[in-house]
Design a protein around this ligand. Sequence first.
Ligand code: TYM
Length: 332
Amino acid sequence: RPRVLSGIQPTAGSFHLGNYLGAVRQYVALQEANDAFYMVVDLHAITVPQDPAELRANTRVSAAQLLAAGLDPDRCALFVQSHVPEHAQLGWVMNCLTGFGEASRMTQFKDKSAKQGTDTTTVGLFTYPILQVADILLYQANAVPVGEDQRQHLELTRDLAQRFNSRYGATFTVPEAYIVKETAKIVDLQDPTIKMSKSASSPKGIVNLLDPPNQTAKKIKSAVTDTGTEVRYDEKEKPGVSNLLAIHSAVSGTPVAELEQRFAGRMYGDFKKEVAEVLVDFVTPFQERFHLYHDDPAELDRTLAKGAAKAREVASVTLASAYDRIGLLPPA
Ligand code: TYM
């Protein structure tokens, strides 16, 4: 069976709608026909300062959300990145294969470090995409479900896999990004020119899955639209309305064209009211399932331990073969 891998950061606690529609929904769909590996990337999270107690708590919160979203630990391996030491180990190997200039071209790093300034930006943030490369290659993943903002990191992954393979012989599967166009970039509700993001969005611009549902409804109703009146999908002229159409369509399963027809000649207010309803109907049972998983940390930790064991079976084989290829002397 084809292999799939993806990861999500535990930094904010709650996932937002961009995380869910851009990535997590695809994790759930892909676990059916693939050998799937999904992880909470705590090692990526510490590239920026984290409060230790919060990081630990948010790691469980993240895992419980992945279960609530529909990941089935009998079908996929659900684990915490730091529970599988091979990530850090192959990460080092990949560091030694990456050009400094190549790493310097990563736009996410450039954006984030420009905001933070060089004194507080860590070397870990700089090499972050290289750890991500190791995450993916360890599982010989064929496909990696992600949002549009991860495309460049997937390109780096392909480049490094190919470089390693041509230098040392076929070792790694060269993966493809799995990006669903319609929801690849959910934008900020208050500023539709930027993506919805844990770090950049204002509280009113971001819908968190664990927000109280009435707050989510309010945020949708006060989302920025435009001066026109037509409910029509047009990313350039109507980015705010288009974003709401994409959200409604993805969550309700109604094609965008059908929504445009349904709201022809009606007001933005009517449309937003329905988007809010669709979301409330989604997050309410999601939060119930989340609490079920989150309120039983012992069971949750057992699930994660089982996932890590499954992951290590694959990761240890890949790491051993990579170590062997590059000439590291195996321990006697
Ligand atoms: P992270 O935690 O920032 O985001 C998790 C996933 O959500 C997607 N996403 C979005 N999709 C659509 N619209 C948005 N506004 C939006 N915001 C976020 C992201 O593209 C991502 O798929 N570097 C990764 C984590 C990672 C990873 C990996 C991913 C670490 N190792 C290996 C894949 C494979 C990150 O920071 O995602």
